[in-house]
Design a protein around this ligand. Structure first.
Ligand code: PMP
Length: 355
């Protein structure tokens, strides 16, 4: 038995792995592998159409929002967004809440004036700043809903008239939220959407066409919309895995159903951590992520001992990000509650033995 707490690429539903294996050998009874069909065939068009339709349905998107599947990871969005949305000399507002947001800020500075409205850097990004003001003339306001490395999550959507842009890479589809309040949402697929190699971008068309710079076609959202995410050969296999994962979530009852499970998993993990003084969660309670729980021990030797124990018990990915240390446990949609039960039992036994 193995338990996969990896931060991304990460666990996907078993049903998806089974269906994908069949699709590699014989896609939908065609005798062809999903890996050898043309992207401009009705076969693949059906996969892409279902992926887009299911994403729209799960997120309850209105008719103004388009869903795109693009290349280049969320990291490409760090520069594609300012390239498409902010003119030179104009302001883009950003929240500085962690490693990924910081990278987005760095790239945005290549295209416009960046105003960082608030930061939690003073406390190693262990909380979400509140009570900041977003400049009304900003082209957009960018924030990261879940800070994968530091383990904080923003549960409230910022109140502003400025177009909202959100990096939802690590908590998209994990809890009910009003996706339509956003002008642009992006997420690398490799956590809650599917396989690595594709990025989902949701955007409202009316925010486009307002910058006067020339840009390559591959970086112009309008061209991707016009081409239906097929401006060039799309990552066919990765999109297929996304389609199956989205279908799995829909059959399960959609976002409200998975949110109930996600809340149970996070509650069990954090309540266990809070009850065992040997472990110390690093994030303030109200901002603790339900997707990535980060915690440390005060004794590095004990940390190593517990990490080794997790490994011996078949647990993958319990180690913290190299920039933070300690432990990080990822609780994405496909992780079953039973995995958290096994981990928390191990924590409790370990703590009692060391007490
Ligand atoms: N933003 C967030 C919140 C992330 O967690 C990650 C990756 N873990 C990225 C951006 C970068 O994604 P990618 O590797 O797909 O470029």
């Amino acid at each position: 038995m193995v338990y996969n707490f990896n931060a991304g690429p990460s666990i996907l539903p078993k049903e998806v792995f089974e269906e994908v294996s069949r699709g590699i050998l014989d896609f939908n009874g065609t005798g062809l592998s999903i890996l050898e069909i043309g992207h401009r065939t009705p076969l693949f068009q059906g996969v892409l159409d279902e992926a887009i339709a299911t994403a729209k349905e799960l997120m309850k998107l209105d008719a103004d929002h388009e869903v795109l599947f693009l290349h280049g990871g969320a990291t490409t969005q760090f520069f594609q967004i300012p390239m498409n949305l902010v003119n030179e000399g104009q302001t883009a507002a950003y929240l500085d809440c962690g490693t990924w947001g910081k990278k987005a800020i760095k790239e945005a500075k290549l295209y416009g004036h960046v105003e960082v409205v608030a930061s939690s850097k003073d406390k190693n990004y262990t909380y979400i700043p509140k009570g900041y003001t977003i400049p009304r003339d900003a082209a957009y306001f960018h924030y990261t809903t879940n800070n994968t490395i530091e383990g904080t999550e923003m549960f409230a959507i910022p109140e502003t008239d400025v177009p909202l842009v959100a990096d939802m890479s690590s908590d998209i589809l994990s809890r009910v939220t009003d996706f339509n309040k956003h002008a642009l949402i992006y997420a690398g697929a490799q956590k809650n959407i599917g396989a690595a190699g594709v990025t989902m971008v949701v955007l409202r068309k009316d925010i486009l066409g307002k910058v006067n710079r020339a840009m390559p076609g591959m970086l112009d959202y309008r061209e991707h919309i016009a081409a239906g995410s097929m401006l060039n050969t799309p990552p066919v296999f990765a999109i297929y895995v996304c389609m199956l994962t989205l279908r799995w979530l829909k059959n399960l009852g959609g976002i409200p159903a998975i949110e109930a499970v996600n809340t149970k998993k996070a509650d069990l993990l954090y309540s266990t951590l809070d009850s065992l003084p040997i472990f110390r969660p690093t994030v303030v309670k109200e901002d603790r992520s339900k997707m990535n729980a980060v915690f440390v021990m005060d004794d590095p030797a004990l940390e190593k001992e517990f990490q080794d124990l997790c490994k011996a018990e078949g647990m993958y990915g319990v180690k913290g990000h190299r920039s933070v240390g300690g432990f990080r446990v990822s609780l994405y949609n496909a992780l079953p509650l039973s995995s958290v039960e096994v981990l928390t039992q191990l924590m409790t036994q370990f703590a009692h033995k060391k007490a």
